[in-house]
Write a protein that binds this ligand. Structure first.
Ligand code: CTP
Length: 430
């Protein structure tokens, strides 16, 4: 029996996929089809898949052409599969010509003609899109635009910045169709807004965008008062709009898994979260606050700050949280050199996340017995902003249930901490 194998994502299953499977089947007696897992696609930077793995498998099954369906979940798997299933022919579309020649060592490799004029990419482009307007055209917006290209359904249609010259230059550079002269003009040309302006202006911009009926992705730090955060959520909820905070650590694969791993008891009960990072309170504090609130909750008993200010700039701040059965601390500032890592101590072991832990692709879980130690590796593509952009798109497109990687109560608590610091509550100057 001649066995043929082929692989694909098979997103938004189309005639080109069908023709390919049919041609592959005709090459032998038994057709194995490998369908990529969602995680594998994410790991190789394919962020734009619309159908989930089960739907994609179902579409392949419905053709009646596959004798066996397998999932493809890691790089290098093709060689393993060919050997494991005793495959005679590896077949793939001609868009891959030459790329899989390395498999000739294991079986015959056939590049089949591709069907012209159709692809998942073309179909995705034809789907409803969220037109995005950007407010604030500084550095972070400049990193955001190229990252948004990796996520489908979110073309950037306009940008606004009160510095109109800067805005015009930004739009030229990134080929954004419109440099809006006012917020109203921006809102007329988008259905969602990314706020990347100076943090002190976030509240006013987010409020005006939500009131104009736009979904909002707001850069971090979100706002500096709990009441402001509450007011924004109130408007978003009353208008059924998505309000998300763009704190990239929360959306990157490594951090998400770290939290679920620790929540499942990998290091026992968490007794201390200790994080350090550079920068100032009104810029970077949200990063260490994220693991603290994720792992210990937002109901801390008290919070003390110790801060050193030079020429009006907080060059060093230590914050100490007391919980019922744990402590959390973070340190930030450029005026005190330190390792910049994140350490989470539990009753059975600890997690060590080296700098730059806020954009990590790696961490370790360590125990008293070093044989039990485990290292975890993850993808972290580009600037890492594409993960939050994808979540924003999914939240808007979700019919009904959508889950926010940073909970409302966590965003409220972050604003509360910023407010306490600014008011000088339990703050000791060094
Ligand atoms: N294929 C084909 N003809 C097309 C589209 C895809 O023969 N018009 C083949 C590919 O060459 C591959 C298989 O179908 O062997 C699965 O391709 P996949 O990458 O899942 O589909 P695409 O439509 O090419 O997806 P994308 O646009 O995301 O690259």
């Amino acid at each position: 029996m001649k066995k043929v194998i082929t692989y694909g994502t098979f997103d938004l299953f189309h005639q080109g996929h069908y023709n390919l499977l049919k041609r592959a089947k005709e090459l032998g007696d038994w057709l194995i089809v490998g369908v990529t897992t969602d995680n594998f696609d994410l790991a190789r930077g394919k962020m734009n898949t619309c159908d989930n793995m089960m739907d994609r498998i179902e579409a392949v099954r419905n053709t009646g052409l596959a004798d066996q369906i397998i999932i493809e979940e890691y790089k290098g798997q093709k060689i393993d599969d060919i050997q494991k299933y005793g495959v005679d022919i590896f077949a793939i579309g001609s868009d891959w010509t030459g790329y899989f020649d390395y498999l000739k060592e294991y079986c015959q490799v056939v590049y089949l003609p591709r069907t012209e004029g159709i692809s998942s990419t073309i179909l995705r482009e034809g789907r409803p899109a969220i037109s995005l307007g950007i407010i604030g055209t500084g550095d972070i917006a400049g990193r955001f635009v190229p990252e948004s290209k990796f996520v489908n359904s979110i073309p950037i249609t306009a940008a606004y910045d009160p510095a109109s010259e800067v805005c015009a230059g930004f739009c030229r550079k990134f080929e954004i169709p419109m440099a809006a002269g006012s917020l109203d003009e921006l809102y007329q040309n988008c259905s969602a807004v990314y706020i990347a302006s100076t943090p002190s202006t976030h509240y006013e911009y987010a409020k005006s965008a939500l009131e104009a009926g736009k979904h909002v992705l707001c850069e971090s730090p979100f706002v500096f008062k709990r009441s402001e955060a509450e007011a924004l959520y109130e408007i978003a909820e009353s208008k059924n709009l998505v309000l998300m905070v763009a704190l990239k650590t929360a959306y990157c694969p490594a951090f998400g898994h770290l939290v679920t791993l620790l929540k499942s008891g990998a290091i026992g009960e968490v007794v201390e979260v200790s994080a350090s990072i550079g920068g100032q309170m009104n810029e970077q504090a949200c990063f260490p606050l994220l693991p603290i609130f994720k792992l210990l909750g937002t109901e801390y008993r008290d919070l003390n700050f110790y801060t050193k200010i030079e020429n009006g700039i907080d060059i060093y701040t230590k914050a100490l949280f007391r919980y019922d059965s744990a402590v959390a601390l973070f340190q930030l500032g450029l005026g005190a050199k330190s390792e910049g890592n994140l350490v989470i101590s539990g009753t059975k072991g600890y997690a060590y996340i080296p700098a730059p832990w806020w954009k990590t692709d790696y961490y370790e879980i360590r125990y008293e017995d070093p044989d039990q130690n485990k290292k975890y590796f993850y993808p972290f593509a580009g600037e890492g902003l594409r993960y939050e952009i994808k979540e924003f798109v999914s939240a808007i497109l979700a019919d009904g249930h959508s889950y926010s990687k940073i909970a409302k109560k966590e965003n409220l608590a972050m604003a509360q901490v910023q407010e306490a610091y600014l008011k000088g509550t339990h703050l000791f100057k060094l």
